[in-house]
Design a protein around this ligand. Structure first.
Ligand SMILES: [Ca+2]
Ligand SMILES: [Ca+2]
Length: 296
């Protein structure tokens, strides 16, 4: 049977004065603030406002920390794509293992993200330099495509990479590097002018090309690699037929090499290697050999 507590049964005049503790704690604090002097109330309210601002700032910082780092491209291999064909391009970098959308500002280019994933880092190389994720991209150019460069942008949500420029075709005849070409005796004969698309395919690989000049010529020999997303830090050296070095360059444009020199008639060897003796699929290049004064 329910029994009413004795205190509630007593008449009010017999319950005694209401205790201060009868108010809830928050009410007591607000009551105390209300009864305090004006300067005290202002100081308390200022303190509360600062607490609220700190809380908002702290919450915003937490939200900002939750936002993932933006995607970034480190490398592209190959960086030369073909007309009237689909070229499979591997783009290495950071934060690319998410849902990625590929876009370009050039018309008539079809882009298809085939894969986005983590990427193992080849031995001897640094993930901070070549990235630890990748996107496999199919780039399709139609017949008659005339642009010479295709900037690629990768987006993840509202975050996007800086554009990376892929090259198309060339204004001189284009051939592929053919191994073995690791010494003067194995040098790959090329014409002038000529464009060679190749790769320093392994650590300590060197690629040697030979040219024959029927008369003195002023030549420009240039490597396009790092500026288009290759990990190659090219080192370019020219030797004459006796094996004597006649010219050399490490870094001209970024870490890409370029030599402009006047050569007398005869045979010459053009030696291309990585300045750090690294190599692999991340080390493609385009070598342009042309008469000085002509532009690729
Ligand atoms: Ca080689
Ligand atoms: Ca270099």
């Amino acid at each position: 049977m329910f029994r009413r507590p004795a205190a509630e049964i007593l008449p009010a005049e017999k319950r005694g004065p209401r205790r201060a503790g009868g108010l809830p704690g928050a009410c007591r604090r607000f009551s105390a603030i209300a009864k305090s002097s004006l300067p005290t109330r202002r100081a308390i309210m200022t303190g509360c406002s600062m607490c609220v601002m700190y809380l908002i700032t702290f919450t915003m910082a937490l939200v900002a920390d939750d936002k993932p780092d933006p995607p970034k491209i480190a490398l592209a291999a190959p960086f030369v794509i073909s007309v009237n064909a689909t070229t499979k391009v591997i783009l290495r970098g950071w934060k690319l293992n998410r849902e990625i959308v590929a876009t370009t500002t050039v018309a008539d280019v079809m882009l298809k993200v085939v894969k986005h994933d983590n990427a193992p880092v080849p031995g001897g190389q640094d993930a901070k330099q070549i990235g630890d994720t990748l996107v496999e991209l199919d780039v399709t150019l139609p017949q008659g495509f005339s642009a010479t460069a295709v900037p690629i942008i990768l987006s993840a949500g509202d975050q996007a990479t800086s554009p990376l420029t892929l090259l198309v075709g060339g204004t001189h005849p284009v051939i592929s590097e053919v191994e073995p070409n690791d010494g003067f005796r194995q040098a790959q004969k090329i014409a002038v002018p000529q464009i060679v698309d190749g790769q320093i395919h392994a650590d300590r690989d060197i690629d040697v090309f030979s040219i024959e000049l029927a008369e003195p010529q002023s030549l420009r020999i240039e490597v396009f690699a790092h500026r288009h997303g290759s990990a190659l830090d090219s080192l370019l050296t020219i030797f004459d037929a006796r094996g004597i070095k006649v010219a050399s360059n490490d870094d001209a444009e970024s870490v890409d090499s370029k030599i402009e020199t006047l050569l007398s008639a005869g045979e010459y060897f053009i030696v291309l290697q990585d300045a750090h003796d690294h190599g692999g699929q991340t080390h493609p290049y385009r070598l342009v050999v042309e008469f000085a004064g002509s532009k690729e």
